[in-house]
Each structure stands twice: as C-alpha cells, then as structure tokens.
Design a protein around this ligand. Structure first.
Ligand SMILES: [Zn+2]
Length: 386
C-alpha cells in the first residue's frame, strides 16, 4: 500500500464507525479517556472528542491520546501501527483502494449510523488488476508505508527567537487602527495596549514583502510565520498579543481576528506555548492570580487592575509551569461551558496536588453578603494575604 492509497483508505473510513466497531461508546462525539486513571473522577465527564470531518480524536488532558483512525486502533487494541493497519484492512477490506466492488454496493459502506457518506473509491478499469493490486497492497503495506520525515532544523532555536522578535518589531502599535476599536469595545484601553505591547498589521502587503526581502521563504515557513503557499499567515488575524516575559521580550504570540465571522478567531504561533500569557503576574509574591482562557479575557481583567494570566486553552496548560505559581492562589476563570467545566475540574486537581489553593470564579459568591469591589481588594476579599 502506497502512501496515497493509505490516505484514500483512511479517508474512506468513518472514525466514529470504527470507534463503535472497537466497542468504544461515543456520546455526542465524545468518549471517556482510555486512561481514566490520569483524570480526576476517572474521567466521569468524557474528555476525548472525535471529529468525523477530520477523522481525528483527541483527549484534552492527555497529550499522547490523539491522532487519526489508525492511532485510535493502536490505543484501543494496544498494538503497533502495522497491526492496527492490518486490523483495519481486514475489517474494512471492501473500502481498500482498488477494490472496485466497493463502488456500487451499499453494504460496502461502513455500517454506521454516523451518517458520514463514504467517498467512492477511484474507478478501476480492470477488476483482475485491481484484485492483484489489493493483494499486493496488503502484502506490501508494512514495507511501503513511510512515516513523514521529521522536519529538519532549518534555523537554530536562538535564530528562530530572533526572527519572531524582529517580526513583532515590524508591527504597528494599535492606536487609531481597527484593532483599537475592537479592543475598546471589549473595554480594553490604551494603558493596557501599551503595557502589553499589543500590535497590529496596518499594511499586510507591505509587511508580506518586507519579510520576504528580509528572510528566506523556507525559513519564514519553518518558523511558522508563513503558510505553505508562501504568504504571511495573518491576513485575517491582524491583532497581535505578544507573550511578554519578565524582561518584556517576546518570542511567542497569538494573533486574533477582529472580524467576528473569521474562523478560527485565534491563531497561535506554531510550537509549544512557552509560559502563560502575562507570566510576569506570577512574581512569586503571595497573592491571588486569575487564570483565564484566552488573551482577551486576561486583558479585560488587567484593565480592571486585577492580576491575571491567560492560557490559550485548558489543554495548553503544562504541569511544568506549576513552579511559576509558587506563593500564589489561583482563581479559575474558564469558560462556563462543558469544556470549561471539565477543564476547571482538571486544573483544580493539578493545582491541589501541588498544594496550590484554587477557587472557581463565581462559585459560592452568591452566599456572601459583601459584593466584590473592583481591583484593589480582591486579595482580601478572597481571604488571601498581600
Ligand atoms: Zn486522557
């Protein structure tokens, strides 16, 4: 089986149908993690979600629980890639590329109520040839499949940081731009723009050209600034939130769309999030810090004079950041949706294991008579010590 055939085969499989056949019960596209012991309450609230469209699954807690339909079989059956592929080929032999019988037989579709149409395999002129092809493909599957080459390091990590820094320096302050209007509508004003060095793209074409003149295109792609097509990625995401470190330098950022119809709203720079947004709030002095999902929420808190940090999503929280939280207590301010609630549960257990106190924003507040005054007395109000 060549790589192209493998791609075709994978595209013909419905990942939710395969999950069902593996005995993994999905409820609204989710299931409990295969490693419940890593979760609080044995993953009572299912953490693994499936994307039928992309043919992928992922657990938001376990970094290693994710992948395509083959990884799913590997994890559930605890087997190798080749064994997983062989199981899929045996179970869904009628979907193998080159199997012309698959085209017009309704029963050849993956039996599933998932409703995903299975694309027709490419037309084959010669049935005998295609049967031979299937046999050959099966025999050679293990031999011919090559996993993608690991990406070669085009520039050193130091060089990469320098490029990101110089890119951020090419951007404009947000003052008097559409980005400023967007921020003001969210009650985020100039003192915060300046404090957090918010930046924007005012002339996409000029910036695109300037970058191409300054750096090799392959390098720009490699560091994640440019798309595979060879253009600056942020055509629809003109507002930039640099992740400043304690010295107000930044090697990481998030770009944001200011047009509400753009999906996704945010583009993170490729690579790992080095530390939470506004990490300088984690100053090792006793006190409370608000942990928000997303930069915009964080900025809103900062505008109110409240110490806040942001993570791009619950999944992006890294346990190696825990030492940064020394002497802090944490107010968890995640979204009040399903993912936010499970995320809150997860972070509560992670912080508790490290002896870091947490409260959940809005929880138990109703029973208190005194209302929270903005900013100045947050610490005492929560019973923390300055
Ligand atoms: Zn998990």
């Amino acid at each position: 089986m060549t790589e192209d055939e493998l791609k075709q085969f994978k595209a013909a499989l419905s990942i939710t149908a395969v999950a069902a056949d593996l005995g993994v019960p999905l409820v609204r596209g989710r299931c409990r993690c295969f490693f419940p012991q890593r979760h609080s309450h044995n993953d009572r609230t299912p953490s693994v979600s499936f994307s039928e469209e992309r043919g992928t699954f992922r657990c938001w807690v376990c970094d290693d629980v994710r992948g395509d339909v083959i990884s799913l079989v590997q994890i559930v059956k605890n087997c190798s890639f080749v064994e997983a592929l062989n199981w899929l080929k045996e179970t869904y032999h009628f979907l193998l590329p080159g199997n012309s019988r698959a085209a017009n037989r309704p029963e050849a579709r993956v039996a599933s109520n998932s409703g995903r149409p299975v694309p027709n395999p490419p037309a084959q002129g010669n049935a005998v040839a295609s049967r031979v092809a299937v046999r050959d493909a099966e025999r050679d599957a293990a031999l011919e499949y090559h996993s993608p080459e690991p990406v070669k390091e085009l520039v050193s990590e130091d060089e990469r940081k320098k490029i990101i820094l110089s890119f951020l320096k090419m951007l404009s302050p947000v003052d008097k731009t559409p980005a400023a209007a967007y921020l003001a509508r969210r009650r985020i004003y100039k003192p915060i723009w300046d404090k957090m060095l918010l930046r924007t793209i005012t002339d996409y074409g000029a910036l695109n050209n300037k970058l191409k003149e300054t750096y090799d295109l392959e390098v720009l792609k490699y560091v994640g600034l440019f798309s595979e097509k060879g253009n600056l990625r942020y055509y629809k995401h003109p507002l930039f939130f640099p992740y400043l470190d304690a010295k107000r330098r930044s090697f990481y950022f998030q770009a944001r769309a200011i047009d509400s119809t753009v999906v996704p709203k945010e583009l993170n720079l490729r690579g790992t999030v080095p530390y939470p947004y506004n990490v300088s709030a984690l100053d090792q002095r006793p006190g409370w810090v608000y942990l928000c999902e997303g930069v915009v929420d964080t900025l809103t808190f900062l505008g109110q004079g409240i110490a806040a940090i942001g993570i791009p999503g619950v999944r992006s929280f890294k346990t190696e950041w825990l030492p940064l939280f020394k002497n802090k207590s944490v107010v968890l301010c995640l979204d009040k949706d399903e993912a936010g609630r499970s995320g809150t549960e997860y972070l509560q257990s992670v912080f508790a294991q490290s002896g870091i106190r947490t409260v959940v924003l809005g929880e138990g507040l109703e029973s208190l008579n005194s209302s929270m005054k903005e900013g100045d007395d947050i610490n005492s109000w929560f019973g923390g010590k300055k």
